[in-house]
Design a protein around this ligand. Sequence first.
Ligand code: VL7
Length: 138
Amino acid sequence: MSASLCGTWDMVSNVNFEGYMVALGISPCLRKTANKLKLKKVIEEQGGVCRIKTLSVFRNYTTSFTVGHQFEEVTRGLDNQCLKSTVTWDGDRLVCEQIGQKKNRGWAHWIEDDKLHLELYCDGQVCKQVFKKKGLKD
Ligand code: VL7
């Protein structure tokens, strides 16, 4: 895990979260709640294991993985699917491929202008989220 992704990050923008959630088959009621959330990312690495926590007042979601090793990901509290996920580095992007019932599902993280960027994609929909380091101004 590149040191620069590690830390606590606060969401500053969230584009097409709605489209991504529709592609995941999330109910209108849950989408309405989720769309109002300001998400936080806590990214840590210890002994070769990376942990990404997505935190909110409503629900939290944590995934832990070793880069380059496929793992079983259960998206509990999200769309509740069992996925075969693999995280790799593509240049300076940390990229996850999530194999399951949905086509073309995954995400990519990278740093740009001191911000943490995230693209979440599923079945042709792309959600773009940007986070700033906690405690720093934009
Ligand atoms: C995880 C949520 C919407 C259902 C609840 C909304 C609660 C807070 O995969 C993700 O992160 C990766 C990359 O950083 C690491 O796991 C994004 C949040 C996307 C999808 C589904 C709405 C219900 C959201 C947990």
